[in-house]
Write a protein that binds this ligand. Structure first.
Ligand code: GLN
Length: 285
């Protein structure tokens, strides 16, 4: 088969088996398993693919058809322009989470050597991106799942950040149990789905770790924990991501009314500033 035929074949097979973004997924899989980028594939579209690569692509297509998320098959995904290793046991970074990084970075620019915490860090996408953009910051990424923790460490290495510390632990133990410095800024995208709703999620999402999604019976247990065990020690500001329809209640918990909407106009991020951290800190521009 030529590269062009392989891509077409992969796309058709994905499409006929109900995969939504068949053309995008086929291109990603062909690029990944042949080691050729889009431009090379165009230039060489009439050349024969060697059989080893062809088998690898077709195996990837089968995994996708079986419901595995594309990102797990590729093993790496981009967030804020940086690469992150992902796979079974770690949540896939979502584009809307980049808002949290934007906010944290704007705010931290006004603080000298800021101490930043990423709670429920998972892959580390939030904390590591912030650390890349703020070389004088000290970032602590807290994660309790051993599988996710492994990815977190891999991603610290992959992104060559020496200002990030991976901290294994449960945020329910509260800041004091960790013996770490008090944070200027806390950023967090904790699990926020109601336990009862977990089995209604898309099949792909259900292959992501339940403990990264399960926000307890009402979906708010992590926010309650952050409000009572972490917020009291924050010096600058705290920003959390939340699910659709949750922002108002979280804003009440954090005694704030500052809410940011994402690109789909969903209230997505709740911000709580401490005194001295005025509305102009971290403001646009
Ligand atoms: N902080 C990670 C992310 O935003 C993981 C979040 C989680 O496990 N709930 O992708």
């Amino acid at each position: 088969m030529t590269y062009r035929e392989l891509q077409k074949f992969a796309e058709e097979r994905l499409k006929n088996n109900g995969v939504e973004d068949s053309s995008f997924d086929a291109l990603c899989l062909v690029e990944h398993f042949t080691g050729k980028n889009k431009t090379r594939l165009k230039l060489e579209d009439n050349s024969e693919v060697d059989s080893e690569h062809e088998t690898a692509v077709l195996h990837g297509v089968d995994r996708r058809i079986a419901g595995e998320p594309l990102q797990y098959i590729l093993g790496e995904w981009e967030f804020y322009g940086f690469p992150f290793k992902v796979g079974t046991g770690v949540l896939i970074p979502r584009p809307e989470t980049e808002m949290l990084v934007d906010f944290g970075v704007k705010l931290a620019k006004d603080i000298k050597s800021p101490v930043i915490f990423d709670l429920c860090a998972g892959s580390g996408c939030i904390g590591i991106s912030a650390a890349k953009l703020l070389p004088d910051a000290r970032v602590y990424c807290v994660e309790k799942s051993p599988a996710a923790f492994e990815y977190l460490n891999k991603n610290i290495g992959l992104n060559r950040v020496d200002n990030v510390t991976a901290v294994m632990g449960d945020i329910f133990d509260g800041l004091k149990s960790f013996g770490l410095p008090e944070p200027d800024i806390i950023l967090s995208n904790p699990p926020y789905i109601e336990s009862d709703m977990l089995n209604t999620l898309q099949p792909e999402v259900r292959l992501e770790p339940m403990e990264a999604l399960d926000g307890g019976e009402d979906g708010y247990i992590f926010y309650e924990c952050i409000a009572s065990r972490w917020l009291p020690f924050v010096k600058g500001a705290l920003a959390v991501e939340c699910g659709e329809g949750q922002a108002e209640k979280i804003a009440l918990m954090f005694e704030t009314d500052e809410i940011l909407k994402d690109f789909n106009n969903i209230k997505r991020v709740v911000i709580r500033r401490k005194s001295g951290c005025s509305e102009t800190c971290g403001a646009e521009g």
